[in-house]
Design a protein around this ligand. Structure first.
Ligand SMILES: [Zn+2]
Length: 75
């Protein structure tokens, strides 16, 4: 399973203990959800490594996944 942002693959690096271990980021913040909202796992959740997750959440209104990807590509 790869990080959506930086493509880090835990299983490739850590072997079998890295399989299926990754953080999940909600693209729709809880503060924007009103009432009974059913999470769409395809559109509302993305797999991210802890480092990328840290940067996505480094401001109060989290960065969009594509914003972080753009920052990485500039460097
Ligand atoms: Zn990452």
């Amino acid at each position: 399973m790869q990080c959506t942002i930086c493509k880090f693959d835990f299983e490739k690096v850590y072997g079998s203990i890295g399989k299926n271990k990754i953080n999940v980021h909600r693209t729709k913040p809880l503060s924007e959800i009103k009432g009974n909202y059913i999470i769409d796992p395809i559109n509302d959740l993305v797999h991210v490594c802890p480092n990328s997750h840290f940067y996505v959440r480094s401001k109060s209104a989290p960065y969009m996944i594509e914003e972080i990807k753009g920052m990485m590509n500039r460097n």
